[in-house]
Design a protein around this ligand. Structure first.
Ligand SMILES: C[S@@+](CC[C@H](N)C(=O)[O-])C[C@H]1O[C@@H](n2cnc3c(N)ncnc32)[C@H](O)[C@@H]1O
Length: 307
């Protein structure tokens, strides 16, 4: 086994965890735990803050989402972002994940908290508010007619499951897309951007946060030390598996899918292992690519883009 020097103990620990996950039933348990434990959608303050980022980024393309249909890729344990878009005037949101992680139990209290705080947040953060308070009351009773524990699914918010390869949506059926810490987990990135381009309407936009760090090790780029076969054996059964693609891989796939990059802000680290310690497939990365551990992206589909 091609284990980098000084990494035996860590590799052995990861391989042992992976072996446990291959026990029947354990991978499903880990996946549901992952859905429950990752992300920040338990905490209303974080929910608002992440939502604020999406609002400001999408405003660079269009002032408000009133009447727009959205796609949330990978909502994980909570549909809070979808609820907020709906309360701010989106016509409909499709929340698409590989499993229905979000349940009434998976993010307790979150919907009550965001509904209770939304009027203040709109004022404080200066969000566009096409519905106004009265319209929002109506919208709230549509979404939460069954109680604030969980949104009623089907009319304003639809929850759909993907096989991870295709998006279960019609061609040109959504105006905007968004995701938080999802695209680093997707197995087929070129295919996923192609699917995004297929389902987006011309003139549509997307706001995506991609976390390019190692999700298992405290060093953000530790995972670039391992050959692919070993990396997959170390993490392949874990719901937190990441594809290890770099910023340039995403930008290339976006372009090849026919989408445009409206804006791109890289997040950088200075904790970079010496190139000699990286696996050879990562040694030739540019300095910029190596230092980039996050992407804040606004994507567009120009009217002349893919049909
Ligand atoms: C780290 S969690 C983030 C969840 C949520 N966005 C948040 O910030 O709390 C990653 C999510 O992406 C989902 N995911 C992974 N591959 C996917 C795919 N191909 N299509 C849609 N969702 C996917 C996972 O199931 C999981 O819910």
């Amino acid at each position: 086994m091609n284990v980098p020097a000084g990494r035996w103990k860590y590799v052995a620990t990861r391989l042992a965890k992976e072996a446990l996950l291959r026990v029947p039933g354990a991978a499903g348990w880990n996946a549901s735990r992952h859905g429950h434990r990752t992300g920040n959608m338990f905490d209303p303050t974080e929910v608002y803050s992440l939502f604020d980022g999406h609002v400001k980024r999408l405003q660079s393309v269009r002032e408000s989402v009133q009447g727009w249909t959205g796609l949330e890729l990978g909502p994980g344990n909570s549909l809070a972002q979808s609820v907020l878009w709906s309360l701010l005037g989106a016509e409909k949101i499709f929340a698409v994940d590989v499993q229905r992680y979000a349940t009434a139990e998976s993010s307790p209290g979150v919907y009550q908290a965001i509904v209770a705080g939304i009027e203040d947040e709109i004022g404080k953060r200066d969000w566009p508010d096409p519905l106004g308070s009265a319209g929002r009351q109506v919208r709230e009773s549509e979404i939460f007619g069954g109680g604030l524990e969980f949104p009623t699914l089907g009319s304003r918010i639809e929850y759909r499951v993907t096989d991870g390869r295709t998006l279960p949506l019609e061609d040109q059926s959504v105006d905007f897309t968004y995701s938080i810490s999802v695209l680093e987990h997707v197995r087929d990135i070129p295919g996923t951007y192609l699917e995004m381009a297929r389902v987006m309407k011309p003139g549509g936009a997307g706001s995506h946060l991609i976390d390019l760090r190692d999700h298992h090790h405290p060093e953000p780029l530790d995972f670039l030390r391992y050959p692919t076969g070993l990396w997959d054996r170390m993490t392949g059964s874990s719901a937190g598996w990441t594809n290890r693609l770099r910023a340039s891989d995403h930008l290339r796939a976006i372009k090849e899918a026919g989408l445009t990059v409206v804006s791109y802000e890289p997040v950088k680290t200075d904790q970079i292992p010496p190139r000699s310690e990286l696996h050879e497939q990562f040694r030739k990365l540019s300095d910029d690519d190596l230092a980039t551990t996050g992407m804040i992206l606004v994507l567009g589909k120009t009217p002349g883009g893919p049909a």
